[in-house]
Write a protein that binds this ligand. Structure first.
Ligand SMILES: [Zn+2]
Length: 281
């Protein structure tokens, strides 16, 4: 241990500043989205089996609704540009811009060099939860996804139904590619319905039993054509453990909701990021 300097208390008392003040981001017209959602019709449905994943295509200008059914269950969501799989959800930058957990009005941003909103969250039935006494909250972008490599590292063995494998298998089947190729496209997720945080004393990533119940929904507006891949995590409600067949698991539903003609007014799909990509060369 290093002895603290004489002015340690003063150094620690320095007030933090927000890294990325997000008040200059393009404004979210939440009323427009909510009006469009209110009149939208369900045009597609997909059930995600427990300890497995499923794929759905969500055309730009429509909504993806993730629904809790049958029992408390969390989901690991990957989002791709349906027309260009190299553009995919960037959880780290979404976290930097919006915080550790996302809710209504927050956007899900895509990877470099596109860095544009892929989706905007327009409805969250768990928005009442806020931040609990442990620092926990719902729908995080701080976890990565449960995976067989970390499981092998910590516990040994070969467990094949972690979210990483579920997402990779579903993508491989959808794209007609080998699972070893598909897993290179699988990326850090939005942890839908999962309740997580960092412990205050050690800063460790924690999970706790999700407050989600059947009937709860998270709805996002597709700003671009999306390929959504959702895994029903082997952790179930993540109250105890994951990466095993021990937890009680339930399915999740994905629904595509299509607004009626004209409901979106003059909405246009966002362009890719404006940086010229010279990098000073
Ligand atoms: Zn998982």
């Amino acid at each position: 241990m290093t002895n603290p300097p004489k002015d340690a208390a003063a150094r620690k008392a320095v007030e933090p500043v927000i890294c990325y003040p997000n008040d200059t981001l393009p404004a979210v017209d939440i009323d427009r989205y909510k009006t469009a959602l209110a009149g939208a019709l369900e045009t597609q449905g997909q059930r995600v089996p427990p300890r497995d994943a499923a794929v759905v295509r969500v055309p730009a200008g429509s909504f993806l609704q993730i629904r809790s059914v049958e029992g408390a269950q969390v989901g690991d969501l990957n989002l791709f540009n349906a027309n260009d799989l190299s553009e995919r959800f960037y959880s780290g930058k979404t976290r930097a811009l919006h915080g550790t957990h996302v809710t209504t009005g927050d956007r899900l941003w895509s990877s470099f060099p596109s860095l544009r909103p892929m989706a905007t969250i327009v409805q969250d039935s768990l928005d009442w939860y806020g931040i609990d006494a442990f620092g926990g909250s719902v729908h995080d972008v701080i976890g990565t996804r449960c995976d067989p490599y970390t499981h092998n590292l910590l516990a040994g063995g070969h467990y094949h139904h972690c979210c990483h494998s579920n997402l990779s298998r579903a993508l491989a089947t959808d794209q007609g590619m080998d699972v070893k190729e598909a897993e290179l496209l699988t990326h850090d997720v939005l942890n839908v319905f999962m309740c997580t945080g960092f412990t205050r004393d050690t800063g460790q990533y924690f999970m706790k039993g999700s407050p989600v119940r059947p009937g709860d929904t998270l709805t996002m507006f597709a700003e671009i054509d999306l390929l959504a891949v959702l895994s029903a995590c082997p952790g179930g409600d993540c109250s105890a453990q994951h990466s095993s067949d021990v937890a009680q698991c339930y399915p999740l539903d994905m629904a595509v909701l299509t607004p009626v003609e004209g409901a979106l007014g003059d909405w246009v799909s966002p362009q890719r990021n404006g940086y010229n990509r010279n990098h000073g060369v």
